[in-house]
Write a protein that binds this ligand. Structure first.
Ligand SMILES: Nc1nc2c(ncn2[C@@H]2O[C@H](COP(=O)(O)OP(=O)(O)OP(=O)(O)O)[C@@H](O)[C@H]2O)c(=O)[nH]1
Length: 360
C-alpha cells in the first residue's frame, strides 16, 4: 500500500515550503517519495523549486478537483508503477477543495494499492484572520474554511506576521472549525516532520470522519457544473505575450455547501526581456488588492541571471535562481475578479521601461 499525503492550503500559504521539509525528511529516513503537483496556471514554478529532488508529475492548467479530477487517479497510478515510491505527496492548487481530492484518492485506492495517509492543510494565519474578521472575499474565506475542515493535520503558518494576542484568536477560530486535527503553529512551515510525515499505518486518516462536516448527500460529486477555459500550454511562446484567463465556476453539489470559484482569475504573462527592478517592485507595491498571489521568474536589467519572485499577501520576495534546465521568464498572477487586461497593460509598460525609476 502506497500512502498518499495531500497538501492543501490557500494560495501562498506555505505548501511548497512544507513540501521541501517533507522531502528532506523522507531523504533522511531513506524513503523514496514521488510528487504530484497541480497548478492553476500554465507553468509550474513550484516544480522548479523541488526539481530533481524526487520524481514528479505535473497537472497544469486546471484544478485537480474538477476537469482533471479523473486524471488524478491515473497519474497516481502512473507514478506508483513507474517509480515504485514509498509515499506520494499531492500538492494541490490553492483554490482546490481538498474534499474532491480526498474523493479522487479514495477512488484510486479502490483499484490500486494506495491509501490516504493524511490531508495536511497549511494556512496563512494573517490572511485567515483578516478574511475571518472582514466581510470581503467571503468565497475565499469559505474555501479556506473547507480546507481547514477536512484536514487531518493543520499548520497555522506565518505566525511572524501576527501581532501579540492574534494567534490565540486564530487558534480559537481554527479549533471551532476543526477540533479533530493535529494542529501546530509555525513559521516557514517548520513542523515536527516526524509527526507530520511519518508513514506509519496507525496514523492513517479516518476518511469518513473528515467527510462529515461538509458531505451530507452521499457521493454526489458528479453533478458538478464546470466552466473552464483552458488553453493548450504548448501554444505559449515566450515572445508572444499571450495571456489566458482561467475562470473557475464550480458549483459542487454538496447540499448546503455550494462552492463557487468563478471569481478566481489567473493571468499568465511571459516576459520577452529584462525589466528594471525598481519599477518591477513598484508595480507589485501598487497592485490592486484583488490580486492576492503572484509568482514567477524574471530577469532584471541591473543584475545577471534569473530571479524567482513570490508575492503572497502583499509581501514580495525575490531570490536568485540557477535552474537546471532553461525556464521561461514569466509572471503568474492570481486573484479575484481583477482586470487581466489592465495588469497585462502594466506589465507591458514595465517591459518598455528601459531605465530604473529616478531617485531610487
Ligand atoms: N513571512 C512569512 N513568509 C512565509 C512563511 N512561510 C512561507 N512564506 C513565504 O510565502 C510565500 C509563499 O510560500 P509557498 O510555500 O510558495 O506557498 P504555496 O502555498 O506553495 O503557494 P501556491 O503554490 O501559490 O499555492 C513564499 O514567498 C514564502 O517564502 C512564514 O512563516 N512567514
Amino acid at each position: 500500500m502506497i500512502p498518499i499525503v495531500v497538501l492543501s492550503g490557500f494560495l501562498g500559504s506555505g505548501k511548497t515550503t512544507l513540501l521541501q521539509h517533507a522531502l528532506a525528511y523522507y531523504k533522511e529516513q531513506g524513503l523514496k517519495p514521488a510528487i504530484l503537483m497541480n497548478e492553476l496556471g500554465d507553468v509550474n514554478l513550484d516544480g522548479s523549486v523541488v526539481n530533481g529532488q524526487a520524481p514528479m508529475k505535473e497537472m497544469l492548467s486546471g484544478c485537480i478537483c474538477c476537469t482533471i479530477r479523473g486524471d488524478l487517479g491515473v497519474e497516481l497510478m502512473n507514478l506508483a508503477e513507474e517509480y515504485k515510491p514509498d509515499v506520494i505527496i499531492v500538492e494541490c492548487t490553492g483554490v482546490a477543495n481538498p474534499m474532491e481530492i480526498v474523493d479522487a484518492v479514495t477512488d484510486a485506492s479502490m483499484y490500486s494499492a494506495m491509501v490516504l495517509q493524511s490531508v495536511i492543510t497549511v494556512m496563512d494565519a494573517r490572511q485567515f484572520l483578516d478574511y475571518a474578521s472582514g466581510n470581503e472575499r467571503s468565497k475565499s474565506l469559505r474555501l479556506m474554511q473547507d480546507q481547514l475542515r477536512c484536514a487531518s493535520k493543520l499548520i497555522i503558518n506565518k505566525t511572524d506576521l501576527l501581532a501579540a494576542g492574534e494567534l490565540q484568536k486564530v487558534q480559537a477560530l481554527v479549533k471551532e472549525l476543526n477540533p479533530y486535527a493535529l494542529t501546530v503553529t509555525t513559521q516557514r512551515s517548520d513542523v515536527d516532520t516526524n509527526a507530520f510525515f511519518s508513514i506509519q499505518g496507525e496514523d492513517r486518516m479516518d476518511v469518513s470522519r473528515s467527510k462529515e462536516p461538509i458531505a451530507d448527500n452521499g457521493n454526489d460529486h458528479h453533478s458538478e457544473n464546470h466552466l473552464h477555459d483552458h488553453d493548450d500550454p504548448a501554444d505559449h511562446h515566450p515572445a508572444d505575450h499571450d495571456h489566458h484567463d482561467h475562470h473557475h465556476n464550480h458549483d459542487h453539489g454538496h447540499g448546503g455547501h455550494v462552492h463557487s470559484y468563478d471569481h478566481v482569475v489567473v493571468h499568465t504573462h511571459f516576459f520577452g526581456q529584462s525589466v528594471p527592478r525598481s519599477r518591477f517592485e513598484q508595480l507589485f507595491r501598487s497592485l490592486p488588492a484583488e490580486i492576492y498571489r503572484a509568482k514567477g521568474i524574471v530577469r532584471f536589467l541591473e543584475t545577471e541571471g534569473q530571479m524567482m519572485f513570490q508575492f503572497a499577501y502583499r509581501e514580495l520576495e525575490i531570490i536568485p535562481i540557477r535552474p537546471q534546465k532553461p525556464v521561461n521568464d514569466v509572471a503568474v498572477l492570481m486573484g479575484e475578479n481583477f482586470s487581466a487586461s489592465e495588469i497585462e497593460e502594466r506589465l507591458r509598460t514595465l517591459e518598455l521601461a528601459r531605465k530604473p525609476l529616478t531617485g531610487l
